[in-house]
Design a protein around this ligand. Structure first.
Ligand SMILES: *[C@@H]1O[C@H](CO)[C@@H](O)[C@H](O)[C@H]1NC(C)=O
Ligand SMILES: *[C@@H]1O[C@H](CO)[C@@H](O)[C@H](O)[C@H]1NC(C)=O
Ligand SMILES: *[C@@H]1O[C@H](CO)[C@@H](O)[C@H](O)[C@H]1NC(C)=O
Length: 335
C-alpha cells in the first residue's frame, strides 16, 4: 500500500515537473537557432557585390552590440556566472524586432558576443545561451557578427582568432545589402597585434584592397562596422581602453574617407557616444565621417539603458536612432 502510494506521489511529482517545464518553455521561439551567418573567404553567401551590389530602395537594419552575458553580474560584484538579465534583454529585443514593420534587412552584432575571455570555463555556456536568445529573431532576418575584445582577448593570439573563426566565421569580411557596401573589421588587431602581427597585416592589406574597391565602385554608401570605435568623442582624445590607439587613428580615418566611407558603427563603450570628424582637404573642400558609438544590448556603464540602434539607409543619407528595448518602434517610416 505504502509502496503504491509513494509510486503515485512520485508519478504526480514527475507529472507536475513535466507540466511546469512545458509551461515555462518559451512559446514565441519558432526558429532553428542558427541564423548567425558565417563569413567565409571574407564574404557572406548571397550578400556579395554580384547579388546585392545595386541600389533599389531605402531600407533599415539593426545595429546591436555587446550582449555580453555575465557582465551585469560582474558589475554587481558577482563572478560573472549569472546572465539571466542579458538573455531576457536579448530575447525581448528579438521579439520586438520581429514585430517591426517593415522588417529590417539584417541585424548586426558589433562584438562581445560573450563576456568570458577565451579559455575561461563559462564561455561555452554563455555562447550557447546567447545564441539561443538571438534565435528568437525571425529566421528570415540574417544576423552578421564581428569580434570584440571579449571574444578574442584584449591581446589576441593566433589560437583565439582561430577558435573565433571556427565558431563565428571570418573575423573580417565585406558584405553588400541593397547597393551598400559594409566592411566588418577585427578591431582587436588595431588595438594590440603583438601576438598576431602576420594575421593583422593580412587584414590591413585586405582592408586597403576593399577600400580601393569601394572608392572605385558605384555603391550607394560605404559603412564600416568595428567593435572598438576610432574614437569616443573626438579625433583629438588621447589613448584610452575604449578607442583605437592614437598611433593608428588618423591614418585609419583618412583611409576610410578616401574611399568615401560615411559612417562607422561601433560598440565597446557600453554608452552612447561618437561625433562627426571633418577632414579638411588641401584643395579647400572637406569630407565628413560620423563615428557612432552605440550602447550595449547588455550591461550599461553610463546613463543609457540596454537597447539597439535602428539605422535607416536612404538613397542620399544614412540616419540612426538608439532605442531602449521597451521603446523599439513597431513601424519604421522610410521615405
Ligand atoms: C518572419 O518574417 C517573414 C517575412 O517578413 C514573415 O512572412 C513571417 O510571417 C515571419 N514569421 C513569423 C513566425 O512571424
Ligand atoms: C600589447 O600587449 C603586449 C602583451 O600583453 C604588451 O606587452 C604591450 O604593452 C601591449 N601594447 C600596448 C600598446 O598596450
Ligand atoms: C581606385 O583604385 C586604385 C587602385 O586600383 C586606388 O589607388 C585608388 O585610390 C582607388 N580610388 C579610390 C577613390 O579609392
Amino acid at each position: 500500500m505504502a509502496g503504491i502510494r509513494s509510486a503515485l506521489i512520485a508519478t504526480n511529482i514527475t507529472l507536475s515537473l513535466v507540466f511546469f517545464y512545458l509551461c515555462t518553455l518559451p512559446s514565441s521561439r519558432a526558429w532553428d537557432g542558427n541564423q548567425f551567418r558565417k563569413a567565409d573567404e571574407k564574404e557572406i553567401e548571397h550578400y556579395t557585390e554580384a547579388e546585392e551590389g545595386s541600389w533599389s530602395e531605402a531600407y533599415y537594419f539593426i545595429f546591436s552590440t555587446d550582449p555580453q552575458p555575465g557582465l551585469i553580474d560582474m558589475i554587481e560584484g558577482g563572478d560573472g556566472s549569472r546572465w539571466d538579465t542579458e538573455l531576457e534583454n536579448t530575447r525581448n529585443a528579438m521579439t520586438a524586432i520581429n514585430n517591426m514593420k517593415p522588417p529590417p534587412k539584417f541585424l548586426f552584432v558589433g562584438g562581445d558576443i560573450v563576456n568570458a575571455f577565451p579559455g575561461e570555463s563559462l564561455r561555452k555556456r554563455q555562447e550557447a545561451d546567447i545564441r539561443e536568445a538571438f534565435s528568437y529573431l525571425n529566421s528570415s532576418i540574417p544576423i552578421f557578427v564581428i569580434s570584440g575584445n571579449h571574444d578574442l582577448g584584449n591581446v589576441p593570439t593566433p589560437d583565439t582568432m582561430e577558435s573565433y573563426q571556427k565558431e563565428f566565421g571570418d573575423d573580417y569580411y565585406a558584405f553588400w545589402v541593397g547597393g551598400v557596401m559594409y566592411i566588418a573589421l577585427n578591431s582587436q588587431c588595431m588595438f594590440n597585434s603583438t601576438y598576431t602581427e602576420g594575421l593583422c597585416t593580412m587584414q590591413d592589406v585586405w582592408l586597403q584592397k576593399e577600400l580601393d574597391r569601394a572608392g572605385n565602385s558605384s555603391c550607394q554608401h560605404v559603412v564600416i562596422l568595428m567593435h572598438i570605435p576610432p574614437f569616443i568623442d573626438s579625433l583629438e582624445e588621447s589613448n584610452t581602453y575604449f578607442s583605437i590607439p592614437v598611433s593608428r587613428r588618423l591614418a585609419l580615418l583618412r583611409q576610410f574617407s578616401h574611399a568615401g566611407v560615411e559612417k562607422v558603427f561601433s560598440g565597446h563603450y557600453h554608452r552612447n557616444s561618437g561625433s562627426v570628424w571633418t577632414e579638411q582637404k588641401q584643395d579647400g573642400s572637406s569630407v565628413e565621417i560620423e563615428v557612432v558609438v552605440s550602447s550595449a544590448l547588455g550591461a550599461q556603464l553610463g546613463g543609457d539603458q540596454s537597447g539597439i540602434r535602428v539605422v535607416k539607409v536612404l538613397k542620399n543619407a544614412i540616419s540612426h536612432s538608439y532605442y531602449t528595448i521597451s521603446d523599439i518602434p513597431e513601424s519604421v517610416t522610410l521615405p
